[in-house]
Ligand binder design. Structure first.
Ligand code: SAM
Ligand code: 2KA
Ligand code: SF4
Ligand code: MG
Length: 246
């Protein structure tokens, strides 16, 4: 059987990545967990340009996901991306071996994350988590799904590990998602658009103090009040912004 002509050899898929970085998960049920973050480019609810933010379905995004110019950003094959992510995981330390953990985020990761990449990450020994707006079907094999609904957008997923709702969103109030099956339900106060980082050299408490100023106080207070009234909801704070880590 002749080898396929170069013209019709299937081109290997390239994943467009904004940045890859090692940090602590700052949000939700896994907050504090060492994680490699892989931020995919592009989103389906906003094009990432400020001049179209107001007209977009998701108009409060705190993230720059445009292009591939961030740290370790670029266009990767599945194998190369899984290897690059694995390279950021610290070698085994002591006799306790922690399960390597990657958070696929973005932009909207489910525009690109697929089974071949999930398999490649599993082959590198990673547990695979995703932060998604829930508007696209999830490929098989994801180990942890964090679903974060946005505005009027239709949610495709009906089951997730954690539902993390930025609050308050007039078009996405908590009761609208009662039908979603989730092991954890979080409200996350809507923060200022720019990732707010407190790079003060004072003690942590000063930074945390600063964080109270920096986070939109009323949204935080509203989220606290809602959780106290509806104890099935917990509070998620973006701790990485308080700590001044990525
Ligand atoms: C930048 S998004 C990327 C992943 C996915 N597109 C999504 O929206 O879930 C990552 C997380 O940040 C949250 N987020 C984005 N902007 C925020 C803001 N201004 N305040 C609080 N959380 C925000 C999102 O809800 C999501 O949980
Ligand atoms: N430390 C840290 N935790 C995070 N949790 C979700 C994030 C995101 O942008 O997807 C994020 C992030 O950007 N940094
Ligand atoms: S928060 Fe998520 S869904 Fe909203 S614009 Fe940012 S990346 Fe897209
Ligand atoms: Mg972020």
């Amino acid at each position: 059987m002749p080898a396929p002509q170069s013209g019709n050899r299937t081109k290997e898929k390239r994943y467009r990545v904004k940045e890859i970085f090692y940090t602590l998960q700052g949000e939700g049920a896994q907050a504090g967990r060492p994680s490699v973050f892989c931020r995919f480019s592009k989103c389906n609810l906003w094009n990432g340009r400020e001049d179209s933010r107001a007209a977009s379905i998701c108009d409060f995004c705190d993230t720059d996901f445009v292009g591939t110019d961030g740290q370790l950003g670029g266009q990767y094959s599945a194998e190369a991306l899984a290897r690059q992510i694995a390279d950021l995981w610290p070698g085994a330390t002591g006799n306790k071996v922690a399960k390597p953990y990657v958070v696929c985020t973005g932009g909207e990761p489910l525009l690109q994350l697929d089974e071949p990449l999930i398999d490649a990450l599993h082959q590198q020994g990673f547990e695979v988590a995703v932060e998604t707006n829930g508007t696209l079907p999830a490929p098989a094999g994801i180990d942890w799904i964090c679903l974060s609904p946005k505005g009027k957008s239709e949610i495709d997923l009906i089951r997730c590990d954690e539902l993390k709702l930025v609050y308050p969103q007039p078009d996405a109030m908590p009761e609208r998602f009662d039908y979603i099956e989730a092991d954890h339900r979080y409200l996350q106060p809507m923060a200022d658009y720019q990732p707010v980082v407190f790079a003060s050299d004072k003690g942590l408490d000063a930074q945390l103090e600063g964080a109270k100023e920096g986070l939109s106080k009323t949204n935080t207070q509203k989220a606290v009040d809602f959780c106290l009234k509806h104890p099935e909801w917990k509070l998620s704070l973006q701790t990485h912004k308080m700590l001044g880590i990525e």
